[in-house]
Design a binder for this molecule. Sequence first.
Ligand code: ADQ
Length: 501
Amino acid sequence: MPPDLSRYLSDRTLIMLSNREPYEHRRVEGAGDGGVEVRQPPGGLVSALDPTMRATQGVWVAWGSGTADEQTADAEGRLRVPPDSREYTLRRVFLDDAEVDGYYLGFANSSLWPLCHLLVQHFVYRVEYWERYRQVNEKFARAVADEVTRAEKKPVVWIQDYHFGLTAEMVRSYCDPILIHQFWHIPFPPADILRLLPASVDDALLRGMLGNDLVEFHTERYALNFLGCVAEFIPDADIDADSLTVHYEGRQIQVASFPISIDVEHYERLATSSDSTALAKRLRKRYAAGACKLGLGVDRVDYTKGIPERLRALKQLWELHPEMRETFTFLLVATPSRSEIPAYRALEEDMVRLVLEINARFRTRHWTPIVLIHENVSAEMLAGVYRAADLCLVSSLQDGMNLVAKEFVACQVDEQGVLVLSRLTGAAEEIDGAVLINPFNIDGFVEGIRRAIDMSDGERRVRMHRMRKQLHERTIYDWLAAILSRTESIIANRTQETSTT
Ligand code: ADQ
């Protein structure tokens, strides 16, 4: 059972804003209920926040992306969810194709995403993207402001992610919630990178984010980058670097790090379910019998995840170490992502081509080096695969946190696997016990994989045990409690200050 966090919000209405919605209605031919099906999109955030939204009867504002979303909401896009118990309000904001292209695929995912991940070769900027982003942020801000004015208790607005860089400032100009805060799920770049945006755009973006009372990042490094950008581009803001505070327009904005995590017990339950246990057994029998080892990669196909870099390292491993042929197999579970964007389509093609090339080069009569599962798989299947693997390779070129690393550790209930982790992930700053690699250094990467394959059973157990213990102490509910308790203390301090002045 997820812990009850409603004590933090007893006197508040939590108004959550995220791009993805917690429940999506889709038209599905042949489905019951008039051909409409409802589903909770995959992803840890929604399932972690849903119990809190239910317990506190908040309002969730999000893009109504499902094909039957309009017909299942009222004229203002509102409906009660979950569908069977109707405990809180979902407010859907509908976007037309031009808005999705400019705001989501354009500025959010072709401009901001590559910049924040320091991968400037993928950076694309168009005035049209920016204008749509601003216009869509305004649309969401108006919906949030409307919910603020309807709220029964004192409203706190919580914004998720880089899709809404401008919303906080807009919400503040439309209404007066008791607190606005925002979690930024991806890295924040240093000033030299943010500078690649037109000057008026980086200025607007930073001022937009300073509309918050608290800005949250995964790591202190990203928080400091944000402060560095404010120092560089917003001359009328004063920064107190010791307390990570910005003084701006007569307000205080706090900046802090809260590393996100996963629902650890949920993953453990999945990994020990009968289906996952049976799958793990089957996989081990097929690929990891005797002295053979099974490696694993699980990714959204995204150029930040270092998939070609990983495949090249594997190629070099089998080239330099022929004894690893037939004794080490790699399973790549890769789900297509953002395929409307050319850079992502090119990456998909690259990945498949590299897998075919490597398999053609090293394949033997009884062995295929890389097994590619090119689809989104169920959480149960993922848990079984994580449990079966002897090593998991996370090779991101940059990654805000990386939840695959944590999911692998949670599912390693037999404590026999090794995590090989890029030091360029937020997770690497937190997890103690992984074999760290740098995906840009192919020789070091190959050495890291080899080390993981050759590691003794004893060392594997000690490392995995340590990582599992840490993970249990820092679950997604600890993340949530830390943020909610920080927001409560900001509100309490402010109330105290106004009552003593
Ligand atoms: P993402 O970039 O999506 O998240 P990550 O944290 O690794 O990256 O999460 C990916 C999720 O997708 C995991 O839960 C994983 O299980 C799932 N997934 C991947 N491949 C899958 C497949 N083939 N089938 C099914 N599920 C699959 C962003 C940031 C991260 C940050 C998170 C949370 O980029 O750095 O950790 O937000 O803040």
